[in-house]
Design a protein around this ligand. Structure first.
Ligand code: CO
Length: 165
C-alpha cells in the first residue's frame, strides 16, 4: 500500500516530524518499510520516500560492508560532523541518476531504536554516507541539491529530473 515517491512529488520537500509512539502499529510500519527497501533493491530508505513524513530511516549496507545487516534509526540527529569524502550516490526517488557528492566523512549521531531506546554513536564510511543521504530526506533535501548547478541543469535539460522538483 505504500509506494515509492519520485522527484517532483512535494512530499519529498516536506520536513518530517519526530516519532513519539513506539507501538505495534509503528512496528508494522517499520516492517512494511523494510520490505519495500529490499524489494526496490535500496541500501537505504527514509519514510518520506514512501509518503510518510516521519523521522524514520532504515538501511542495510550489507552488500558494501562485511557483517552489516538491517539497521533502524528513529529520530536521528547529527550532533557533529568532520572530514570530507566524495562518493557517487543514487536514490530510489531519482531513478537513473548517479552523481558524485561531497559530504563529511564521520558523523556523531543521536538516535532511537524501534523500542524508543536512545543512543549516541559515531559512524564513518558507508554508514555515515548513507545516513547523511537519508537524514537529508527527513529535512526535504535531495542529493541532487548537493551537485553543481551546471550538472543539475544538464539533468533538467535531458528531462532526467523535472524542472520543478
Ligand atoms: Co534517497
Amino acid at each position: 500500500m505504500y509506494k515509492i515517491k519520485y522527484i517532483g512529488d512535494p512530499i519529498l520537500r516536506k520536513k518530517s516530524a519526530d516519532v513519539d509512539t513506539f507501538d505495534d502499529k509503528f512496528n508494522t510500519f517499520l516492517e512494511e518499510m523494510t520490505e519495500i527497501m529490499y524489494r526496490e533493491d535500496g541500501i537505504g530508505l527514509a519514510a518520506p520516500q514512501i509518503g510518510v513524513s516521519k523521522n524514520v530511516v532504515i538501511l542495510d549496507v550489507g552488500e558494501l560492508v562485511e557483517d552489516e545487516s538491517l539497521r533502524i534509526f528513529i529520530n536521528p540527529k547529527i550532533l557533529s560532523a568532520s572530514g570530507s569524502s566524495v562518493i557517487e550516490e543514487g536514490c530510489l526517488s531519482i531513478p537513473g541518476v548517479r552523481e558524485e557528492v561531497t559530504r563529511p566523512e564521520i558523523i556523531e549521531l543521536e538516535f532511537q531504536d524501534e523500542t524508543g531506546a536512545s543512543y549516541t554513536h559515531e559512524f564513518d564510511g558507508w554508514l555515515a554516507r548513507v545516513l547523511q543521504h537519508e537524514i537529508d530526506h527527513l529535512n526535504g533535501i535531495l542529493f541532487v541539491d548537493h551537485i553543481s548547478p551546471v550538472k543539475r541543469q544538464l539533468l533538467i535539460n535531458k528531462k532526467t529530473i523535472p524542472e520543478k522538483y
